[in-house]
Each structure stands twice: as C-alpha cells, then as structure tokens.
Design a protein around this ligand. Structure first.
Ligand SMILES: Nc1ncnc2c1ncn2[C@@H]1O[C@H](COP(=O)(O)OP(=O)(O)OP(=O)(O)O)[C@@H](O)[C@H]1O
Length: 233
C-alpha cells in the first residue's frame, strides 16, 4: 500500500459565483521514502494541497490517507496530534521566533515531540554548528532556512513538507538548501514533499506531480534522480 493515497480530494472555497476550486478531484499516490516535487504555476492549488497533507486544513471532499490513516476524518484534536508527531513543515519565509537563538528555536519544536532527535546533532547536520547561539536577525536567509529545516527535522517526523523553501533565497543559497533536503531524504528514507513553481528542479525528485487549475496534469516517477549540484536553471 502507498504511504500517501489522495482519493478524489477537492477543496472548494466560497459558493455560487464566488466559488474557487483550489483542488478539484485530485488523485495520486506517494510511496514510502520518496522525495516528491509538486510543481505548478501561482494559484494552481499547491499550498492548499500541502496544507491538507500536513493536517493544517481539511478537504471539502474526498479522502487523504497517510500511513494507512484517513486524516480527512480527523477531529481537530487528532489533527493536532498528527501535526505534532508526524509532520515537519518548512515555509518560504522561515517563520523563526526572533527573540530565541537558532538553538532555542529548534529546541522549542523538539520539546513537543516524544521521539525528538538530539538538537545539537541536527544543527551540526544542517551546517549550523558554529551559529547555534545567534539570533535569526544575525543569520543570512540561507542560514535561517537551515534553522527552519533543523526545527522541522528535530521533531523526527515521518513527513517533511516544504512550501517554496527556496522562494526567498538567491540561486546558490537555494541550491544548497535543495541539496540538504535531497540528502536528508536519501539518508533517512523519510518522505519529503517540496512544493515549487520552479519546474527546473523536477529532475532532483523521485516523483514529480504537476498541478494546474487545481487538477493533476502529470504524475511521473523518476527512477534516476539527478543530484541537485548537476542541475542548472
Ligand atoms: N482561504 C482561501 N479562501 C479563498 N480562496 C482561497 C483560499 N486559499 C486559497 N484560495 C484560492 O485557491 C487557489 C489556489 O491557491 P493556492 O495558494 O493553493 O495556490 P498555489 O499554487 O500555492 O499558489 P502560489 O504559488 O501563488 O502560492 C487560488 O485561486 C487562491 O486564491
């Protein structure tokens, strides 16, 4: 059985003339351990889909089965537990707490999970051993995103969801963040899903899902992903 199974999932905002079908009868499967890229233009419905996969929102219709559990039926209490234990989220603008150091930002997240990893080891893994005691404002954008990734990983989630993780970064820094995510996925065999409008990074993924106007346009597996260092755009 697939690790994620999305079945006839729709998310509809408003009604009548105001109706927006952000996700419109979406169907796909994701296998355990895949690095998946979900790609599409602005407004295609990518963030809506990612928020539903991460238990931050519920579909209007359909089923979302993750690890054999249908999260579309979860109560808000079950959703909270699911987000807390199973999901790491990385956002475009890092969302760090400004008055906590890098280390404290990561520790705070690790404290809400009973299965968390050693925070200092995770900081070293993402290349921040020397910057643990700096505040976010003292770090570059790329370093802040590394803190955000460390924060997501330290909870030891099964599923890491990244919404435009390089959207606020320059080309070279963005590439180093994608390298980190690709390495994490291959090393830990955990599922990583990256949402992006940048179709050029598709070759890095084990699985590419293209979305347009709320519908799946293409769904392909890539048996030989390209190391991110070899991709130019
Ligand atoms: N809370 C909401 N209420 C009403 N409409 C919404 C809401 N959230 C999203 N939408 C609409 O749903 C559609 C899909 O939005 P979504 O943010 O999922 O797209 P996206 O592909 O992530 O776009 P972007 O790359 O610009 O973030 C858009 O038309 C958007 O305006």
């Amino acid at each position: 059985m697939a690790y994620i199974d999305v079945i006839h999932e729709s998310k509809i905002y408003g009604s009548g003339e105001q109706e927006v079908r952000a996700n419109d009868d979406v169907n796909f499967e994701i296998n355990k351990g895949e690095l998946t890229v979900i790609v599409g233009a602005s407004g295609a419905g990518k963030s809506t889909l990612l928020n539903i996969l991460g238990g931050m929102d519920s579909p209007t219709k359909g089923q979302v089965i993750i690890n054999s559990k249908d999260i579309s039926n979860y109560s808000s209490r079950q959703m909270t537990t699911f987000r807390r234990l199973s999901i790491g989220f990385v956002f475009q603008f890092y969302n760090l707490i400004p008055n906590l150091t890098a280390l404290e930002n990561v520790e705070l997240a690790s404290q809400i999970s009973p299965d968390s990893l050693d925070v200092k080891e995770v900081m070293a893994d993402v290349g921040l051993k020397q910057r643990m005691n700096n505040f976010p404002a003292q770090l570059s954008g790329g370093e802040q995103q590394r803190v955000a990734i460390a924060r997501a990983i330290a909870k030891n989630p099964d599923l890491l969801l990244c919404d435009e993780p390089t959207g606020a970064l320059d080309y070279k820094t963005g590439k180093s963040i994608l390298t980190l995510l690709q390495r994490f996925s291959h090393r830990t065999k955990k599922n990583v899903i990256i949402v992006t409008h940048n179709g050029m990074i598709k070759p890095m993924a084990d699985h590419v899902i293209e979305i347009g106007d709320g519908k799946i346009k293409q769904d392909v597996l890539n048996p030989n992903p390209t190391p991110i260092e070899q991709i130019e755009w």
